[in-house]
Design a protein around this ligand. Structure first.
Ligand SMILES: Nc1ncnc2c1ncn2[C@@H]1O[C@H](COP(=O)(O)OP(=O)(O)OP(=O)(O)O)[C@@H](O)[C@H]1O
Ligand SMILES: [Mg+2]
Length: 283
């Protein structure tokens, strides 16, 4: 008689970081890596730009949470879900017209929708939230509700403004109402491959979190994006595709080992003192 393999506990990966730092690039590549290993993956775009799914949809516009709120879709789980040929299932919040409504509300509404469908959500091996990093309202932290026992990862470049946002995100995870949230670590997505890296290790240590990996700036990632693909689909043997595979395993190791920790963030004054002492602005 065939022995049924025990199902691995599912993991919820929540990515935050400063605007433009590479959250969507990292989250869509992590999703592609897990799907390539045969995992059931749900990628959740929490950004009015609705661009989390573009590398999987060949230019098609997926249905969004906003469509559902406007009554254009039923509230069935499948109505909001788009299955893609890569094996990654996607959902997008979409977003209101500029200057109208609130992006964070869209994120909170998506999370509420997932809670209405616990069985379907739990059927995924991996769920990845790609969340706007501008933590301007409580809605942006709604995905932390799914983070119990799972992890927040911060995406940051080596630049001061990006590190500032990373410190702010660590502060957000320490607020009393987010006591379930822990930080799995920082994923550095470098602007310059020749940038000094010593201060990045020092920064992570100061925050009390680990460095999960560093993604290098790579033309292949941009070429893939231009074709509406991930680097895995565009150039499977590339250094970029390999690098994301290594990163995906590192993220999973942290999620499964529960090595995530309560961060020890800095105050704003401490942060700028850190920047000065490491001469980060002039690196
Ligand atoms: N490692 C990299 N190498 C080359 N290009 C990259 C890399 N990381 C990101 N990019 C490019 O930088 C741009 C911004 O990346 P991305 O959209 O992932 O950032 P984001 O943090 O999701 O932005 P936003 O906050 O606006 O959602 C994209 O065009 C992407 O292709
Ligand atoms: Mg993005």
């Amino acid at each position: 008689m065939a022995v049924k393999k025990p199902k691995r506990k599912s993991m919820v990966v929540i990515l935050y970081g400063k605007g433009g730092v590479g959250k969507t690039t990292v989250s869509s590549h992590l999703a592609a890596c897990y799907a390539a290993e045969g995992r059931k993956v749900l990628l959740l775009g929490c950004d009015p730009k609705t661009d989390t799914s573009t590398r999987f949809l060949a230019g098609l516009r997926p249905p969004t949470m906003l469509d559902m709120v406007e009554g254009k879709l039923s509230r069935r789980f499948e109505a909001l879900l788009t299955r893609t040929p890569s094996g990654v299932d996607v959902m997008e919040t979409g977003g209101p017209e500029p200057g109208v409504g609130c992006g964070g509300r869209g994120v909170a509404t998506l999370c509420q929708f997932l809670e209405e469908h616990p069985r379907e959500f739990a059927s995924y091996d991996v769920a990845i939230f790609d969340v706007l990093g501008d933590l301007v309202c409580g809605g942006f932290v709604a995905p932390l509700r799914f983070g119990r026992g799972n992890c927040v990862f911060v995406v940051s470049s080596e630049e001061p403004a990006s590190l500032f946002a990373a410190n702010n995100i660590a502060r957000m995870t320490c607020r009393p109402y987010n006591d379930a949230a822990s930080v799995g670590g920082i994923i550095f997505n470098l602007r310059r491959n020749d940038a000094p890296r010593g201060h990045l290790t020092a920064f992570a240590r100061r925050l009390g979190v680990g460095v999960i990996g560093a993604v290098e700036r790579d033309r292949v990632i941009m070429e893939a994006e231009e074709r509406g693909l991930t680097a895995l689909a565009h150039a499977p043997r590339s250094k970029a595709a390999h690098g994301f595979g290594v990163l995906a395993h590192a993220v999973e190791r942290v999620c499964r080992s529960k090595r995530s920790a309560k961060a020890t963030p800095m105050t704003n004054d401490e942060f700028w003192a850190f920047v000065r002492s490491h001469r980060i602005a002039s690196l």
